[in-house]
Design a protein around this ligand. Structure first.
Ligand code: VG1
Ligand code: CO
Length: 543
């Protein structure tokens, strides 16, 4: 086996976004593209000489081929060891846990999360640091800078490693350890939650449907829900990870998990439904005839987490991304704990979790998590819900009604305009910025604008400043609209419009969300001119 240094040159567009680099799979498969980016990561983090890395992904098309390249490059760059999930599989939260548990120097996670997989779909790669969390902006800036100057990469000439055989072997001078992707993660969940109480719940006849969407959580959910907790066989559906996720869109929301929604609103619906995304870090919660928005889920979990053993002493604080609804803020205020508002993307929660300032974090995009790892964690959220259901023995609907009665209801919806012309989207955002000085006091139907600005974040732990994190317009009713461009799309621009209205009148808490939000939706259109700029008459996806 010999090592080679291959001469290369920078390729355009290797700027990591909200969660690493995401591109069309064929782009990653192009000559030197993956190699350039992997070498840029290694160089950007100061080399991997003597280091140990965790490597795994969500099993999508090209996952296994990319891992073989990464292993050969890690060896040629002097890494001491790589710990790899069997068959290249590791959910994002399981990878985060392994990085932390084994005290490694970080890891490479291969995933484009909720984006579809396949040769003509999407692929992604991100680096997580030794704390198990996504690299902060300082590190991703260094990686990106290196992609622009890179001139060579290092790789070992070798046969493929057998990713199916659990155990330790060597690749050149590097140790390769293939591990069961589920075992350590399942142990962690058992430490956090009252498995006996959840077992008793299932034994009492409680029925559940977990839709793994042909993505990575299948093996995890089957082992934990059916294996350890006694849920009936068949509770987990679409449980075998497929390279193209069965042709679906592994994004757990009412649009892409429509089968689950239909099952939960049917006559013989189970008591509890849940789904997770491509890489297992997102969750969708739905009760019998009761969808729970991710923002509401975060608020309910914050209110009741103390019912689970790991959180029985209460929460140090909570954090949400800026576009996430203010429902959790109301819980934090009632409990007298700190509540942080961060830019979109899990990396911003890392410092708060590391510093012990926040225990629970969440995003409106169906990500919820805690200080047990440094990623959002889909199955964790499902298990915390199950723990709460097991202790209270209330239905999801009862829990939601109780919650709204106590804290008020934040009606919420996100409207996405996908694959919009990037220039047109930028012009729309500039048009909004130009109105900051004149909007306050203006009325739109029943609404009066009370604030208009662009969100910037000063990290309370390390003092770093992140600007340009979304335009927010507040109304005196307590509602607001947020405009943001996605950082994870792979074609054109995606405009996200986040809509929220606060309702504290108990008589008005059972409205349809789109109806309750109609005045805000109309104001958003009038202020931003979304139709004129995008050429669209309606959003592609409403969640
Ligand atoms: C989207 C979501 C964001 C999430 C990110 C990664 O980003 O809005 O909340 O953190 O995806 O999720 P954007 O920039 O497209 O809005 V995934 O499950 O990596 O992991
Ligand atoms: Co994800």
């Amino acid at each position: 086996m010999t090592r080679h240094s291959v001469q290369t040159q920078p390729v355009d567009g290797q700027k990591p976004g909200t969660s690493g680099l995401r591109k069309k799979t064929r782009v990653f498969m192009g000559a030197h593209y993956l190699e350039n980016y992997v070498q840029s990561i290694f160089d950007g983090i100061g080399g991997v000489e003597g280091k140990t890395l965790v490597v795994g992904g969500d099993g999508r098309f090209f996952n296994d081929r990319a891992i073989q390249v990464i292993l050969r490059m890690a060896e040629a760059n002097g890494a001491a060891a790589c710990i790899v999930g069997q068959n290249g599989i590791l959910s994002t939260p399981a990878a985060s846990h392994l990085i932390r548990k084994r005290g490694t120097d970080g890891g490479l996670i291969l995933s484009a999360s909720h984006n579809p997989g396949g040769e003509d779909e999407d692929f992604g790669l991100k680096y997580n640091g030794p704390n198990g969390g996504p690299a902060n902006e300082g590190v991703t800036d260094k990686i990106f800078a290196r992609t622009k100057t890179i001139d060579q990469y290092h790789i070992l000439d070798a046969q493929d490693v057998d990713l199916g055989a659990i155990g330790t072997s060597t690749l050149g001078a590097m140790t390769v350890e293939i591990v069961d992707p589920v075992a350590d993660y399942a142990d962690l969940m058992e430490q956090l939650f009252d498995f006996d109480a959840i077992r008793a719940l299932f034994a009492s006849g409680f029925r559940m449907r977990f839709d793994a969407m042909h993505a990575v959580t299948g093996p995890y959910a089957t082992a934990i829900l059916e294996g350890k907790l006694g849920a009936a066989k068949g509770t987990v559906v679409n449980g075998t990870p497929l390279p193209d996720f069965g042709g679906g869109h592994p994004d757990p929301n009412p649009i892409w998990a429509k089968d689950l929604m239909d099952a939960m609103f049917a006559q013989d619906a189970p008591d509890f439904g849940a789904a997770s995304d491509g890489d297992g870090d997102r969750n969708m919660i739905v009760g019998r005839s009761q969808y729970v928005t991710p923002s509401d889920s975060l608020a309910v979990l914050a209110a009741l987490a103390h019912l689970a053993p790991a959180y029985s002493k209460g929460l140090a604080g909570v954090a949400r991304s800026m576009p996430t609804s203010g429902a959790v803020d109301r819980v934090a205020a009632a409990k007298g704990i700190e509540c942080f508002e961060t830019p979109t993307g899990w990396k911003f929660f890392g410092n708060l979790l590391d510093a012990g300032r926040a225990t629970l974090c969440g995003e409106e995009s169906a990500g919820t998590g805690s200080d047990h790892v440094r990623e959002k964690d889909g199955l964790w959220a499902v298990l915390l819900w199950l723990n709460i259901l097991a202790v209270t023995r209330k239905s999801v609907k009862e829990l939601m009604n109780d919650h709204w009665a106590e804290y008020g209801r934040n009606y919420y919806s996100r409207h996405d305009y996908e694959d919009v012309d990037a220039g047109a989207a930028a012009t729309m955002m500039d048009g909004l910025r130009a109105q900051f000085g004149t909007l306050v006091g203006k009325t739109f139907g029943p609404l009066t604008v009370s604030s208009a600005d662009e969100f910037a974040y000063d990290d309370p732990v390390d003092g770093s400043h992140s600007a340009g994190q979304g335009i927010r317009i507040g109304f005196s009713s307590g509602g607001r609209v947020v405009f943001r461009l996605s950082g994870t799309g792979t074609v054109g621009a995606t405009v996200r419009v986040y809509l929220e209205e606060l309702e504290t009148d108990p008589a008005r808490m059972d409205q349809d969300a789109q109806e309750a939000l109609a005045p805000i939706i109309a104001a958003a259109e009038e202020i931003a001119g979304i139709r004129a700029h995008t050429g669209r008459t309606a959003p592609n996806v409403i969640t």
